[in-house]
Design a protein around this ligand. Structure first.
Ligand code: ADP
Ligand code: MG
Length: 380
């Protein structure tokens, strides 16, 4: 078990830079989730750690050891892929034992590793791992006789059996259906807490990121946007990209002006909104901002109390809550309300509806750089 440190890691393919100067420390025994949209460089970063690709610049350390010159098998990291990558002609038992046999023949020589004492050690390890993943009854089967979830557990088993210092997982759940994905999600987290192995887990799914990570690294266009705990990423996003990426439905963004008296003004508002007493007032006066508000922080009100009017475009009842898609001026705004409120209001597509911001929950972003100017949570 060991921390992983990336220092100024850069990767280019044919002169095209896909990862820019990445500095990142993954703590010993930490579950680090690497999240970002498709194509942002997550898999490439993981493959650089594993040694499946060479870095173009920078350095990678495992503990105190610089590993970026080492071949994959000397790095002591085990990778789990989305595609499982099991050997189709081998049984589950042999899929799990295969890596162990190779490991032992590297350590002790091929002839030694064939001896009974080594076979016994391997057998014990395979059965122990199978038991921890509840796949003992599958050991004699071939991959084609397994369900997706079972294959995924075998792939995990193969990684665990080698007892590596680091697990690297690249979207391991994306081939599973929703229910199985959520079950396996919690199993992986429990397993990692039990084994205490430093883990880097790649996903494009912000729910996986929020629920699994001790910390989250948000990546966009090959650059680290923010590294923090799930709650801080959600509440205190470093910029508009992170604010918009984490949360479903995403945060709403509205370009606005703060006038010289400290009122929010915009043609989409029914009246100027005095923000002097709200925490966002600290952003200052006489400037353009991008206002941010999460869907749950919009309240339906009567016309007299409204900050803005929205035309109902879509009503999505999700059971416990309802998402309302509104057209506000030329912009789309999403609100999230309880099912009870939605039943009471009985919104129909095309209705004019009246809404208020929770003024204590407003975010402000720089209109040009997207950097967070204000978030509603005091620093802790
Ligand atoms: P993600 O896993 O976040 O979806 P990837 O790491 O797979 O993203 O890809 C990041 C970028 O690097 C993409 O633009 C992709 O086309 C490019 N890329 C990845 N691997 C190669 C390669 N072997 N050759 C050229 N370009 C690549
Ligand atoms: Mg990928």
């Amino acid at each position: 078990m060991a921390p992983v440190r990336l220092c100024g890691v850069t990767k280019s393919f044919n002169g095209n830079t896909v990862l820019h100067n990445i500095d990142l420390e993954i703590y010993d025994r930490e579950f680090m989730v690497l999240v970002g949209p498709s194509g942002c460089g997550k898999s490439t970063l993981l493959r650089l750690m594993a040694g499946l690709e060479e870095i173009s610049d920078g350095a990678i350390y495992l503990g105190d050891r610089q590993v970026n010159h080492l071949p994959p098998k000397a790095r002591d990291m085990a990778m789990v892929f989305q595609s499982y990558a099991l050997y189709p002609h081998m049984t589950v038992y042999n899929n799990i034992a295969f890596g162990l046999r190779k490991q032992r023949s590297r350590q002790f020589g091929w002839w030694q590793a064939m001896q009974a004492s080594h076979r016994e050690v391997i057998d014990q390890r395979v059965r122990q791992v199978a038991q921890s993943l509840q796949i003992e009854h599958l050991l004699h089967r071939k991959p084609k006789e397994l369900s997706g979830g079972q294959k995924q557990r075998v792939a995990l088993g193969r990684a665990i059996a080698r007892n590596p210092q680091v697990f690297l997982m690249d979207e391991p759940l994306s081939n599973l259906d929703a229910q199985l994905r959520s079950d396996t999600r919690s199993q992986i987290v429990q397993l990692q807490k039990h084994l205490q192995v430093t883990t880097v887990y790649v996903t494009h799914d912000q729910i996986e990121a929020m629920t699994m990570g001790d910390r989250i690294t948000v990546l966009n266009q090959g650059k680290v946007q923010q590294v923090d705990t799930p709650l801080n990423i959600y509440r205190r996003p470093a910029n508009q990209f992170v604010a918009g990426f984490m949360g479903a439905p995403p945060m709403n963004f509205l370009p606005m002006q703060i006038d010289h008296q400290g009122n929010l003004i915009d043609h989409c508002l029914t009246q100027p909104i005095a923000i002097g007493n709200a925490s966002i007032g600290a952003v200052g006066t006489d400037r353009q901002i991008t206002l941010g508000i999460r869907p749950e922080d919009l309240q339906p009100v009567i016309a007299d109390h409204a900050h803005f009017v929205g035309i109902v475009e879509l009503v999505e009842a999700l059971g416990s809550e309802t998402i309302i898609l509104l057209k506000v001026g030329g912009l789309e705004v999403r609100a999230r309300v309880s099912a009870d409120i939605s039943l009471e209001r009985h919104w129909q597509i095309g209705d004019r509806s009246f809404w208020r911001f929770d003024l204590q929950k407003l975010y402000a972003f720089d209109q040009f750089t997207g950097i967070t100017l204000h978030h509603p949570y005091s620093q802790s």
